[in-house]
Ligand binder design. Structure first.
Ligand code: SF4
Length: 458
């Protein structure tokens, strides 16, 4: 058995309370996936990777000799195979040098292999009908309103650039600006600033052709000055406002922007946004200052945390879901040197927020080569860290008896669709509220929050 297989097998044995599928998923998200030529040929007939915000690849496009950026799928579904996997959805992070490869078996079926040995069967998602359509101005739907999470989420990156610009201001794990440049250079239709009219036109098409999507996310880079003469709040507000006016309650409205002041957050709630993600990225104070220099300069860690708590008063704590990027706290040269130190730090953050009823979620760090941290840490964080993080998140979530995060669909192995980390896959059946299923009309807030009895303008 190779060293890599031994590592995986020993983690599966050491942590029998975790689904083995989730352990593979975390490794796939960190190491990326390669595709054989045959697999690319098959996959290119299914829903393609749309580059919905960042590159989420382990190599730049110019190093993709087989044009994987245009032919690989958005996500893969691992199922069955020799290990009898329960269904698990994994975001495709391209890496032609990965030990994992999607190939076509002798029986003609797509399979995932690790160093030539089969891990599981692979399914691709059918291309949604709307992906064959374009707007009146010729822009494809996959540019304006791509879907991820196996069709559950419409991802509306309305501003593909961040005004935290350059290595002194950009979050050190983020390639939004460099990815935008490489996509434009590659010739992909990739709109930098989407208009409200484009979004509504795309949603009209989706609404008439699609029944899989249950939520949308409005997001984009930070706006530190003005964009089209609008402040950050005024710029982002116009999208959910128009969506909710045209399609009231059709989807669960989610917003990923900076930590805003309470009165600004209220404006988003009042137009119909239901879930707010003020992403704090990394808990440790020193690392936050180093890794998120723009956020530290413009808002500051203490204000950021206070605003997350304040947002809980507005939306209800369960509807405030800040993201952290799991693994960046171990990035050289400033990160923690050991897994246990990293887990201890992030666990402190999880306990802090969850004790207030706020459930952070995480994205598994993808060490993109176009980022400061990715260049210095091409191997990412150790798999042992990711596995322990899954357990820590799950156990802390259970300790505070919190319901599964809203706006992610059904939780648990075999059900979950969230594809950029396995936190939804490890929620155990029978844990608080784990059997509930999101519908577009979700219960809002908790007793005592400002949210109760609110009136929507639209
Ligand atoms: S705020 Fe940070 S993570 Fe968000 S887009 Fe800008 S640089 Fe990237």
């Amino acid at each position: 058995m190779s060293e890599k297989w031994e590592q995986i097998e020993s983690l599966i044995e050491k942590y029998p309370d975790l689904p083995p599928e989730a352990i593979f998923k975390e490794d796939l998200l960190t190491k990326g996936i390669s595709f054989s030529e045959d697999a690319l040929r098959v996959a290119s007939g299914f829903k393609p990777k749309a580059y919905f915000i960042f590159s989420f690849d382990l190599v730049p496009i110019e190093e993709m000799k087989h044009r994987e950026n245009l032919r690989a799928p958005e996500e893969i579904c691992l199922v069955g195979g020799q290990r009898d996997f329960r269904r698990i959805i994994v975001s495709v992070r391209l890496n032609p040098n990965s030990p994992y490869q999607v190939a076509i078996s002798d029986e003609g079926e797509p399979v995932l292999r690790l160093e030539e040995e089969e891990v599981a069967g692979v399914q691709f998602q059918k291309t949604p009908e709307c992906y064959h359509r374009t707007l009146g101005n010729g822009k494809p739907i996959a540019d304006i309103a791509p879907t991820i999470e196996w069709g559950y989420l419409l991802y509306l990156t309305v501003f593909r650039i961040c005004q935290y610009f350059g290595s002194q201001q950009e979050c050190q794990f983020c390639d939004i600006n460099r990815n935008y440049r490489q996509q434009k250079k590659s010739g992909r239709p990739y709109t930098g600033v989407k208009t409200v009219e484009e979004i509504i036109e795309a949603l009209e098409i989706i609404n008439s052709t699609d029944s899989d999507s249950h939520a949308y996310t409005v997001t984009g880079g930070s706006i530190t000055s003005k964009l089209n003469e609008k402040s950050e709040v005024d710029f982002y507000l116009q999208y959910p406002e128009a969506i909710e006016k045209r399609f009231p309650g059709r989807w669960i409205g989610k917003l990923v922007v900076q930590a805003l002041a309470k009165e600004e957050v209220r404006r988003f709630r009042d137009v119909g946004v239901q879930i707010y993600h003020p992403n704090y990225e990394v808990w440790d104070r020193k690392l936050f200052e180093i890794i998120c220099p723009g956020k530290e300069d413009y808002i500051g860690r203490d204000a950021w945390i206070q605003r997350i708590l304040d947002a809980g008063d507005v939306f209800g704590p369960s509807q405030v879901i800040p993201n952290f990027v799991a693994g960046i706290e171990m990035a050289r040269p400033f990160g923690f040197k050991t897994v246990s130190e990293a887990i201890e730090s992030t666990s402190e953050g999880l306990n802090f927020f969850m004790s207030h009823g706020i459930t952070p979620r995480f994205t598994t760090w993808c060490p993109e080569p176009l980022t400061v941290l990715g260049k210095q840490n091409p191997e990412g964080a150790p798999l042992e860290y990711h596995v322990q993080m899954l357990r820590t998140w799950r156990d802390t979530h259970e300790k505070y008896k919190l319901a599964p995060p809203s706006g992610y669909g059904r939780p648990g192995i075999g059900n979950a669709v969230f594809s950029v980390s396995a936190f939804m896959d490890v929620i155990r059946s029978g844990s608080c509220g784990s059997d509930s299923h999101d519908s577009p009309k979700i219960e809002m807030g908790k007793v005592g929050s400002e949210n109760s009895g609110r009136k929507r303008e639209s």
